[in-house]
Design a binder for this molecule. Structure first.
Ligand code: PEP
Ligand code: MG
Length: 898
């Protein structure tokens, strides 16, 4: 195997680069693009790259070098010395190198770098001689010892910073630049002493001389230790966390780039800087970035001195030529890579060197703007423009965010369940949320988990925070539907809603009602106090890209919505219909007591009256929905949840009874409550999600589907008479058996026909089913004979296929599964491959007996770009998702088609 690749020129000026930009998996992003820049003739200081695979082999073997690797590195080092005509560690004219990490996917600042490698007590003299600048030489040596000790040996950086401060105080100067060559020489001696006192000799026996640790003088020993440190930094905690957050594979490893040093700190004609070829914040076509005269790269990043804007470079005396050349490089790089590029450069005594380039990170607004501009410039096609914007990034444009300049301490983290940020007073109940909102203040509703009862509070609150439940929990689904920020499953919050207090485990923080908190549903962060928010600007660019996306995509996009406002909003966002209207959401608020009475009252007449009332209310709901979606399909699902979700929780009743007893309520009152509790207890099931719900409700309580179907048909008939074109469809949930849909369909058809006759209009209402159980997918050919459409309910299908409770798994064991690499993704957020097989089978078998069958997906996965990629390959005609995800899904569907 080839482990090392050269880049740059040889002594005769011939390009000897072995890699190119397509070799990121081997050479990392930095190494591959250094090679590419050398190949297209840009001034790249020569060097070589050690592959990512070598890093992984070294790491997997327990930090043992693969056989022969060190010999190869030695050869490449000697070859490099020959190419530049200098030797590392040479006492007369030493070559200095940098040793930098560079993974296949950029992980900015997460891994290690060592600069000025090759300096020792001998070569320092050569550097002084060559540069005739003792101050520069000693400063380079002290920087090297400091960086090497901190990065490679893991010594505390403060040990060195403190020594510098003491030296400055001794000399009575304020800034590092005022220290003289002699001061720096003394600091070098001091640093070496700190090194000896703090290095653990047990870990580094090779560094012992007479029982004392000595700063390594042999360049090859320095190089080996530095490369090992960079390899090791792949697994440092912050890199591991970064990969987790950004879904980067832990097995890629990092490459190591060993490259000749160039110096931006050799006086007024030297400089260093970072730049973007366009404005990374708003996408404007202008050079964007900063530089510092007489400085090294780390000084720019550290922000210790004020930088100058890149536009001034070519007007800076002594840097004019290099400044002009840099602008030519910008143009060349954009034309070559056909994208906005991010660049690091150094100017050494007037000569420009390129140290890095990569595709530049940008905000969502900039991504849209640049993609559209580049298409107009003829640099890229429409298809490429559409592929240049991350679907997830669009969320940035649709919700408020924490101000990037705000500083804050993270109090706790949970699942980023619904994007956007919210700030407000802590409230613990739906009623309090409504009250606070009515009083004109902002609040965040904090609950153990929400339930349908909390809806009013969820609407009134700025955001929702729960300690339990996953990304498909009630709080998460409803919040996403409303476009409200939500962080859920924050395990660290111990919520006592009675006492109105939150204890945050692992801290001494206790929050009370009225305390300000901030949540960021985009990242899952919870902060004590108010963080400044910003509302990103919506630009016309979003529309343009989405129009282009619509031209490309094959998958349809509908919305999950259950009220006219959401229907209208999703239509504005480009939804082509409603894929799922959850009718249980229409039974809340004032209406809840009606359904409760229906469930609990033993008198048939009373119950029939309840159904009648509900029917009238539902008709009104559907009139609003169908009107908002006129001309487009609206799939209405018959009642699905276990009925006891509409009842009070026995736990709450228990508490209420205890309180009544305490307050001395009458025996009758208490007996009545106890009776109610017994009745409610009778409805309890050990596994409600596998219990009396879905179409089973329709079988046991036929008055419910009759009422709902009649309401749908009546609303449609009335709108037709108004001259509108309503397109309702009826969906039967949780079907497992052919017989279930057969009988329920027949009945529904009867009700529709009856209403059509009553109203005197023709009604053609499609009837279909959800596929949410493995059995339904497996016998889809049989079910399809009775269905006009299928909609895959991948929330339940995931739950029932994996046997993972959608309400508990994300809080209880999924994080451990992901940490231990047993699972790569949360299957409730990104479609699991096993579930995908069932969806595929369902589509194929369904179409085999009913070619006209329309196939959709309405689980949460319908709004997840990665899942959309999978759906595009396995058969559904459309996906359906929360209104705010519709733009994301349109873009993702287009990318899936490319
Ligand atoms: C599903 O199960 O995927 C679905 C859409 O239904 P619900 O989330 O309402 O159970
Ligand atoms: Mg379901």
């Amino acid at each position: 195997v080839k482990r090392v690749y050269a880049f740059g020129k040889d002594a005769d000026g011939k390009n000897v680069t072995e890699g190119n930009t397509n070799m990121k998996p081997q050479l990392g992003g930095k190494g591959a693009n250094l090679a590419e820049m050398a190949n297209i003739g840009l001034p790249v200081p020569p060097g070589f790259t050690i592959t990512c695979q070598t890093c992984m082999e070294y790491s997997n073997a327990g930090n043992v070098w693969p056989e022969g690797a060190l010999d190869t590195i030695r050869q490449y080092r000697e070859d490099l010395e020959q190419r530049v005509g200098k030797k590392i560690g040479d006492p007369k004219d030493p070559l200095l190198v940098s040793v930098r990490s560079g993974a296949p996917i950029s992980m900015p600042g997460m891994m290690d770098t060592v600069l000025n490698l090759g300096l020792n007590d001998e070569s320092i003299n050569g550097l002084i001689e060559q540069t005739e600048n003792p101050r520069f030489a000693w400063d380079s040596y002290r920087r090297f010892i400091q960086m090497f000790s901190n990065v490679v040996m893991g010594l505390d950086g403060d040990l060195f910073e403190n020594a510098i401060t003491i030296k400055k105080n001794e000399r009575g100067v304020k800034s590092d630049t005022e220290l003289t060559a002699e001061d720096l020489q003394e600091l070098v001696a001091e640093f070496k002493r700190i090194f000896s006192e703090n290095v653990d000799l047990a870990a580094y026996p090779d560094l012992a001389q007479d029982g004392v640790a000595v700063f390594p003088q042999d360049p090859m020993a320095q190089l080996k230790l530095a490369i090992e440190a960079v390899f090791g930094s792949w697994d440092n905690p912050r890199a591991v966390l970064y990969r987790k957050q950004n879904k980067i594979d832990d097995n890629m490893g990092t490459a190591v780039n060993v490259q000749c040093m160039v110096f931006g700190n050799k006086g007024a004609t030297s400089a260093t800087g970072v730049a973007f070829t366009r404005n990374a914040a708003n996408g404007a076509k202008e050079y964007y970035g900063d530089y510092l005269v007489n400085a090294q790269g780390e000084d720019v990043v550290a922000g210790i001195r004020n930088t100058s804007p890149i536009s001034e470079l070519k007007h800076t005396p002594g840097l004019e030529e290099a400044g002009k050349e840099l602008e030519d490089v910008f143009v060349l790089l954009e034309n070559h890579f056909r994208d906005m590029m991010d660049i690091e450069f150094t100017i050494e005594q007037g000569k420009l060197y390129m140290l890095q380039t990569r595709v530049g990170k940008r905000t969502a607004a900039a991504a849209l703007h640049i993609a559209i501009d580049m298409e107009k410039e003829g640099l890229i096609t429409k298809e490429e423009a559409v592929s240049r914007v991350e679907p997830e990034q669009l969320d940035q444009l649709l919700h408020p965010q924490f101000d990037k300049n705000a500083t804050y301490d993270v109090l706790a983290t949970g699942l980023n369940a619904s994007p956007g940020a919210a700030v407000g007073e802590v409230v613990f109940s739906s009623e309090d949320a409504v009250r606070v909102a009515e009083e004109g203040r902002k609040c965040v509703l904090v609950r153990w988990e929400t339930n349908p009862d909390d809806l009013a509070g969820m609407i009134a609150a700025e955001g929702i925070l729960t300690s339990h439940g996953g990304k498909t929990s009630h709080a998460a689904v409803i919040a996403r539907g409303m476009g409200a920020p939500c962080v859920c499953g924050v395990d660290a919050l111990k919520i006592d809603a009675e006492k109105k207090e939150i204890v945050v485990s692992g801290t001494d923080v206790v929050l009370h009602e009225g305390d300000m908190i901030s949540i960021d549903g985009t990242t899952g962060i919870v902060v004590k106090g108010a963080v400044d928010l910003v509302m990103p600007e919506l630009t016309g660019d979003l529309d343009t890209i989405l129009e282009w996306a619509d031209e490309i995509r094959e998958l349809g996009v509908r919305a999950n919505a259950d009220n006219p406002e959401d229907a209208e909003l999703s239509r504005k966002f480009g939804a082509e219909g409603i894929g799922l209207c959850r009718t249980e959401h229409m039974f809340l608020g004032d209406r809840k007591q009606i359904i409760q009475k229906f469930i609990l009252d033993e008198n048939e007449d009373v119950r029939a009256e309840c159904v009648k009332q509900l029917g009238e209310l539902q008709t009104g709901d559907f009139l609003g929905m169908f009107r908002a979606m006129d001309g487009l399909p609206v799939i209405v699902r018959l009642l699905d949840p276990p009925l006891h979700e509409f009842l009070e929780s026995p736990r709450a009743l228990d508490v209420a009874i205890a309180r009544m007893e305490e307050k001395g309520a009458s025996a009758d009152e208490i007996a009545a409550k106890r009776n109610l509790m017994a009745q409610i207890d009778g409805w309890a099931e050990a596994n409600p999600m596998l219990g009396l719900r879905g179409c089973r409700l329709s079988i046991l309580f036929p008055q419910l589907p009759e009422m709902q179907v009649r309401a749908i048909a009546t609303a449609a008939a009335r709108l037709k008479k108004e001259g509108l074109n309503p397109q309702p469809e009826i969906m039967i949930p949780l079907v497992a058996f052919e017989s279930e849909i057969e009988t329920l369909r027949e009945k529904a058809e009867g009700f529709v026909a009856a209403v059509a006759a009553e109203e005197g209009v023709e009604l053609d209402i499609k009837i279909g089913t959800m596929i949410e159980l493995p059995r339904a997918a497996v016998i889809a050919d049989k079910i399809a004979k009775h269905a006009d459409f299928f909609s895959f309910g991948t929330n339940d299908l995931t739950q029932t296929t994996l046997g993972f409770s959608r309400d508990d798994a994300e809080a209880k064991f999924l994080p451990a599964y992901m940490e231990q690499h047993l699972l790569k993704r949360n299957p409730f957020a990104t479609l699991d491959d096993g579930v995908a097989e069932l969806v595929k089978m369902g589509c194929e078998k369904g179409r085999s007996t009913n070619p006209a069958l329309k196939l959709g997906v309405c689980g949460e996965h319908g709004g997840d770009p990665e899942s959309i990629m999978k759906f595009a390959k396995i058969g559904p005609d459309y996906v359906s998702c929360s209104p705010y995800r519709v733009p994301v899904a349109r873009l993702a569907a287009a990318q899936a088609a490319l």
